[in-house]
Design a protein around this ligand. Structure first.
Ligand code: NDP
Length: 399
């Protein structure tokens, strides 16, 4: 049985639902639940009632509500594409009901802008004992970038030493300022201190203070800034030969200027303020007035380029490869009515789910993507809309 329950009905969920709906050979029945029922109904309409057979309202902050829904639907797997705040209650519900779990972003507490795997890795023994699996971080980054690393290690190197994950959005949505996925989560991530791994320890940097101008295939040269990103934590754990691991993301001047102003006036704060007799969180209010990322697709042009530079040893010689994908905003819109950031997250989540329900990746416990054999996942990226390239090149980074 490959009945799946998808939780969340935002930009990424739209892609997951539609891609799963196209593949009845993997997913016999799709059920969709989220906080706002009307968004589930709209998605059901678009994907087809014959494929999305049930829609439900659920508050996924409450494990008991999710567990009751799982008992009603009886899925083989829950695909969590709500927000990182819901990871733990949904994992609790999966544990209680004995159902597999997948997500695309690691847990972070609402009142502290901090994300790390410790909270979810702590479920490993309990998932193992229950005989169920959790696949963590099955989007593009984290997700595909972890699989790219495993693929490089398996096919191109005897030992990997340097890793630089690069994420470029070379697209133009025509808005003065907008985020490409949930604004609250996105701005919390970007305004944190930067962090990278070198010689066995973490090093911190001021937010958006370290810059490299990198040349992205299909896009060109873009200013790229060092950020902490969650896959670094699991990859350095699972590939202990890595001497340095970093993550870079491109931002345009206009985006950074807006962000700086919003920060300076306190609009990115996660601490509640009193406003006309109510407590409001400035960042939550900001989310309410910014464009909905799901609405950016129409008229969005240009490409994304996300990939992984890996430097290491093969037969005693040092070499570097770059594995990457280009994704076209307009093509994603034509296929599933989404922009490329939602698409590059939703397609890997669908593929990860297909790997689990078909038993290619199925092992009790809590796992990250790089802990499985990468080959079939890489085949499915080519097959389902995210073709990748590998080039041998000089590393663009100084040592
Ligand atoms: P959206 O804000 O568009 O969608 C989130 C959805 O979750 C909304 O439908 C929202 O409901 C629902 N939701 C929020 N809280 C609850 C709750 N308590 N109970 C039930 N449903 C709830 O976000 P995105 O689609 O942009 O992002 C989804 C996830 O994907 C995030 O976790 C994000 O971090 C992750 N992501 C991962 C990437 C990767 O490459 N790994 C890249 C991009 C995103 P409502 O509609 O009522 O607000």
């Amino acid at each position: 049985m490959s009945r799946v329950l998808i939780i969340g009905a935002g930009g990424v969920a739209g892609v997951v639902v539609k891609k799963c709906a196209m593949l009845p050979e993997y997913f016999s029945e799709i059920h969709l639940a989220s906080r706002t029922l009307s968004k589930c109904e709209a998605l059901q309409q678009e994907a087809g009632k014959d494929r999305v057979v049930g829609v439900y309202k659920v508050d996924a902050d409450i494990a008991a509500e999710v567990a009751a829904l799982i008992r009603q639907v009886q899925p083989a797997l829950v695909i969590n594409v709500a927000l990182p705040y819901q990871d733990l209650p949904i994992m609790d519900a999966c544990l209680e009901t004995g159902v597999h779990y997948l997500d695309t972003a690691n847990y972070e507490p609402k009142d502290e802008a901090k994300f790390e795997y410790s909270w979810q890795w702590a479920y490993h023994e309990r998932f193992k004992e229950k005989g169920i699996m959790a696949l963590l971080g099955a989007g593009f980054d984290p997700g595909v970038t972890n699989v790219f690393t495993a693929y490089a290690a398996k096919h191109y190197f005897d030992e990997i030493h340097y890793l630089d994950i690069v994420d470029c959005n070379g697209g133009d949505h025509g808005q003065a300022f907008a985020t490409n996925f949930n604004p609250e989560i996105n701005i919390r991530e970007i305004t944190q201190r930067g962090k990278y791994w070198e010689n066995g320890e973490w090093h911190e940097t001021d937010p958006i203070s370290v810059r490299e101008d990198l040349d992205y295939p299909g896009v060109g040269v873009r200013a790229s800034y060092l950020l902490f990103h969650e896959e670094l934590e699991s990859i350095v754990k699972h590939f202990p030969t890595i001497k340095r691991a970093r993550f870079w993301m491109t931002f345009g001047e206009q985006y950074l200027t807006h962000l700086r102003v919003l920060e300076n006036v306190g609009m990115t704060s996660i601490h509640p303020v009193e406003f006309q007799g109510h407590k409001i969180v400035p960042l939550e209010f900001l989310k309410a007035v910014l464009p909905n990322p799901g609405s950016l697709a129409e008229g969005y042009t240009g490409l994304t380029c996300i990939g992984t530079y890996v430097t290491g040893l093969k037969d005693g010689k040092e070499k570097t490869i770059f594995i990457y994908n280009n994704c076209d905003h307009a093509a994603c819109n034509a296929e599933v009515g989404a922009q490329a950031v939602s698409y590059t997250t939703g397609v890997p989540a669908m593929i990860g789910a297909s790997m689990m329900v078909q038993g290619h990746w199925m092992k009790a416990g809590v796992w990250n993507m790089e802990q499985f054999d990468p080959d079939e996942f890489m085949n499915r990226l080519n097959q389902y809309g995210l073709p990748w390239q590998v080039v041998e090149c000089d590393s663009p980074f100084k040592r």
